[in-house]
Ligand binder design. Structure first.
Ligand code: AOS
Ligand code: ZN
Ligand code: ZN
Ligand code: ZN
Length: 402
């Protein structure tokens, strides 16, 4: 392979990209394959998954096309409505489709008892129900051998003065501490934050500081989960990532892109440079710091095809991760320390502007993967096939999404 910057450099860069791609895994969310929508309506897709088995089948297809998504995040309400009793069925699906269960996502938002909150509800009885559900989720995780129980707490209030922000902190600390005590030695608890929605005045875990503090008070196996869509406009997300890495508190990500709020668009569709900057923080971390960070996609589409959108996202993540791997970290550190600003900036952004796709294609071919996953999906007729099979079920049964 030759490029304008010389064969030696091109080969070194290709080697970096191959190593990055070999080590890159990103989890797909089961709910990303099901019919979802907005509060204004749902546009039903005939090919959307209607059962947990169909979600496994779709995830397996994405993994076969990209080689990067061997795990699927499960949602207890939608995928394991029977709780632990459903575990044997999930294990059978893992075996059948060659995809493992990833993060276990408890449902702490959709039942009517959670109207005024789950783990921060003023009612001790409801907090106990929420705790029990988290404990059940921990047991499901143990039984499935999955590492992370991923907590998204929708709790909050809509009007000033209607709830005690401080008492709710205590209640959350109590529940999370008890949940942490139940974790197995290999399990973790991830605490996700979000500034607003569904609550519009205060959200109990609104930012990374609150999530970090709650994780710390719960115990050493609790870490922070950064959902890229859960920040105010202009927030420097990579700085948050850098801090969490520095403190050893970065548990993982929910990746998606957005223009306005929690839009859950495909990765890199609005601002690919943002994701590159986050990946740079990961790339500049030590292998030890990096090894347990869970990369997950949290997206939902009601216009794009579910399968196509997921493949696009995984491929985009691979490409941006490959670009970030090109940054010469040693050289960058030298330039930073010498305050050679222009050279440092150029070193950084040259990696972003490099077209890594030819090398990524070579890597795919060498790993017996389709060189163009999106085209391979179209050529396979998979979406048409599942639309024929699932179409009738998709006119009536719709999974919901918060
Ligand atoms: C909601 O906004 C969060 O991003 C959740 O992480 C996610 O979308 C899902 O509900 C998993 O429980
Ligand atoms: Zn999320
Ligand atoms: Zn979200
Ligand atoms: Zn989101």
């Amino acid at each position: 392979m030759t490029t304008s910057n010389g064969t030696g450099t091109a080969e070194r860069e290709a080697a970096k990209i191959w190593a990055a791609l070999d080590g890159f895994r990103i989890e797909v969310p089961s709910w990303g394959f099901a019919n979802t929508g907005t509060r204004f309506g749902k546009f039903i897709q005939g090919g959307a998954a209607t059962t947990t088995e169909e979600k496994f089948a779709d995830a397996a297809q994405v993994n076969a096309l990209t080689g990067a998504s061997p795990t699927i995040a499960l949602h207890v309400l939608w995928d394991l409505p029977g709780g632990k009793a459903d575990v044997p069925a999930i294990k059978a699906l893992e075996k059948k489709y060659g995809v493992k269960s990833g993060g276990i996502n408890p449902n702490l938002f959709q039942n009517s008892e959670y109207k005024f909150g789950s783990i921060a509800n003023p009612s001790a009885e409801i907090r106990e129900i929420a705790l029990q559900h988290v404990l059940d989720s921990v047991e499901i995780g143990k039984a499935l051998g999955s590492k992370d129980v991923s907590l998204w707490i929708a709790d909050g209030s809509n009007y000033p003065g209607t709830q005690s922000i401080r008492r709710r902190i205590e209640w959350m600390q109590e529940v999370l501490g008890k949940a942490h005590a139940a974790l197995g030695p290999d399990q973790r608890m991830l605490v996700e934050y979000k500034p607003f929605e569904p609550a519009f005045y205060h959200t109990d875990i609104a930012d990374w500081g609150m999530a970090l503090e709650l994780a710390r008070s719960a115990g050493p196996q609790a870490k922070v989960l950064v959902d890229t869509g859960h920040h105010y406009q202009g927030t420097n997300i990579e700085q948050i990532v850098a801090w969490l890495l520095q403190l050893g508190q970065l548990g993982g990500f929910h990746f998606n892109d957005r223009k306005y709020a929690d839009d859950d668009l495909t990765l890199g569709s609005i601002d690919p440079y943002q994701l590159f900057r986050i990946f740079h923080e990961i790339a500049s971390a030590t292998p030890e710091e990096r090894k347990d960070i869970a990369f997950m996609i949290d997206q939902s589409h009601n216009l794009k095809g579910k399968m196509e959108a997921m493949v696009q996202s995984v491929v985009t993540a691979q490409e941006l991760y490959a670009k970030a791997s090109l940054i010469d970290q040693e050289k960058l550190a030298e330039l930073q320390d010498a305050c050679r600003l222009i050279e440092a900036e150029e070193c950084f952004r040259t990696a972003f502007w490099q077209d890594v796709r030819p090398v990524v294609r070579e890597w795919r071919a060498a790993r017996a993967l389709p060189v163009d996953p999106l085209k391979a999906l179209a050529d396979s007729g998979y979406v048409e096939k599942v639309t024929r099979e699932r179409g009738s079920r998709n006119t009536s049964s719709v999974s919901s999404y918060a």
